[in-house]
Design a binder for this molecule. Structure first.
Ligand SMILES: [Zn+2]
Length: 94
């Protein structure tokens, strides 16, 4: 099937998670990164669209402009929460 339902928030979060984590003093391992993504997505309103490949790119750009501020806020919160309580139980000093 060429048509799928997709949560655009997921793409926007994935596109921005690295830059937000890079400026934080906390651990940036894959485990923490996954927790940050999950936390942020749980605190954002999902935005599903039915899409075909190709059309998505156009929509994603306009939605990113619209939701970027919300995503950045959620990601900053997520980095704080996960960074202070990493699931592997210790913090890495870089
Ligand atoms: Zn970690």
């Amino acid at each position: 099937m060429n048509i799928e339902c997709k949560n655009l928030m997921e793409d926007i979060v994935l596109q921005n998670v690295d830059s937000v984590m890079a400026t934080s003093p906390y651990c940036t391992c894959d485990e923490c990164k996954t927790d940050v993504i999950a936390y942020a997505l749980n605190h954002l309103q999902p935005h599903y669209v039915a899409t075909r490949q190709g059309r998505l790119i156009v929509e994603l750009q306009s939605y990113e402009m619209q939701f970027r501020a919300d995503v950045m806020t959620a990601l900053s919160q997520a980095v704080e929460v996960v960074g202070k309580n990493p699931r592997h139980g210790r913090q890495f000093i870089r």
